[in-house]
Design a protein around this ligand. Structure first.
Ligand code: PEP
Ligand code: MN
Length: 342
């Protein structure tokens, strides 16, 4: 940590700060320049983080040297984490993992139909919401447990890994009983109680970036899950709120390489919730893979015009299948692989 002092700082104020730092068991190094004096502090930064050094007279600014996240950081683990999702599917290695399916589970027949199509096109993970975070309390809220049962039935029948959102810490055990991967939606990225609950389970968690959160905020949220003992975390860039209104959210493509630099965890891109319009989804999906994402989360619906939610951004199976073939070429060109069976 570096403590930058004000130009008019007095010797007494410097001594006061040094005494405080030493009192915390840390080693201060004073460096006096022509214009400014700075104090470098060596030792565990945690104790200083909870000490409001900015409040000390003579202090202008405090600059942390280490990132506040630890277990998720590249320093903690140099090599990329590869996470086992079950049914032979791993994410974070060479293979790109595509998760696809409807926004909301509507009924078993329709889920089967969509699942068969996405599987045929090369997706290995079936998505489907049973607990839906809707902006309006009057919108369809999801089928709950019945939806989870359908997802498990279809996933088992077709050999697909399943993923579904958990919104409430009271539902973590229920969702974990039925699905392979638990999704934390963007609106709950900083629901710390929920993060602690999924930190205590033994299933992989997909953590979506909050729509008004920085990459570092997302990594701090992931740190909650890892610090609870669950290292199977996949991050997801799904677009953030900006002044741009041509899309539902702005896909922050730079979040992919930035996250890769800072963390060993896999990161995927959700082009559907970023775009909000199906016509933009293929371009964003391709950009995600080109930027180094480990996978994609794509909404697919067999009859988008009848979809209960997010029909406007859902691809029909034919377009999804066409996209998968294009993605294969992009994956190869950046040294990755997409499902070898397509
Ligand atoms: C979803 O993927 O079902 C979803 C609701 O996405 P987000 O949390 O990113 O809005
Ligand atoms: Mn959706």
């Amino acid at each position: 940590m570096i403590i930058v002092l004000k130009p008019e700082v007095t010797e007494a104020q410097i001594k006061h700060i040094i005494d405080k730092v030493k009192g915390l068991g840390l080693t201060p190094h004073v460096s006096k320049g022509a214009e400014r004096t700075i104090i470098g502090v060596i030792g565990p930064e945690d104790v200083l983080r909870v000490t409001p050094l900015e409040a000390f007279p003579g202090v202008e600014n405090v600059i942390p040297v280490l990132a506040p996240f630890r277990l998720v950081s590249r320093e903690f683990r140099k090599e990329d984490s590869v996470i086992d999702l079950g049914k032979g599917i791993k994410i974070g290695g060479k293979e790109i993992v595509v998760m696809a399916g409807p926004c909301t589970i509507e009924n078993i027949d329709n889920l089967f139909e969509i699942a068969r199509e996405v599987k045929k096109a090369g997706a290995t993970v079936l998505r489907g919401g049973a607990f839906k975070p809707r902006t309006s309390p009057y919108s369809f809220q999801g089928l709950g447990k019945a939806g989870l049962q359908m997802l498990r039935e279809v996933g088992n029948e077709l050999g697909l890994v399943t993923i579904s959102e958990v919104m409430d810490s009271r539902d973590v055990d229920l969702v974990a009983e039925y699905v392979d991967v638990l999704q934390i939606g963007c609106r709950n990225m900083q629901n710390f109680n929920l993060l602690k609950e999924v930190g205590a389970i033994k299933k992989p968690v997909l953590l979506k970036r909050g729509m008004a959160s920085t990459v570092k905020d997302m990594l701090m949220s992931a740190e909650y899950i890892l610090s609870g003992g669950n290292f199977s975390v996949i991050l997801c860039e799904r677009g953030i709120r900006t002044f741009e209104d041509s899309t539902r959210n702005t896909l922050d493509i730079s979040a992919v390489p930035v996250t890769k630099q800072l963390s060993h965890l896999p990161i995927i891109v959700d082009p559907s919730h970023a775009a909000g319009k199906w016509g933009l989804v293929p371009s964003l999906a391709k950009a995600g893979i080109a930027a180094g994402a480990d996978g994609l989360l794509i909404e697919v619906h067999n009859r988008p015009e009848e979809a209960v939610s997010d029909g406007a951004q859902s691809l029909i199976p034919e377009r999804f299948s066409e996209l998968m073939l294009q993605l294969k070429g992009i994956a190869n060109s950046v040294g990755r692989k997409l499902n070898e069976n397509i």
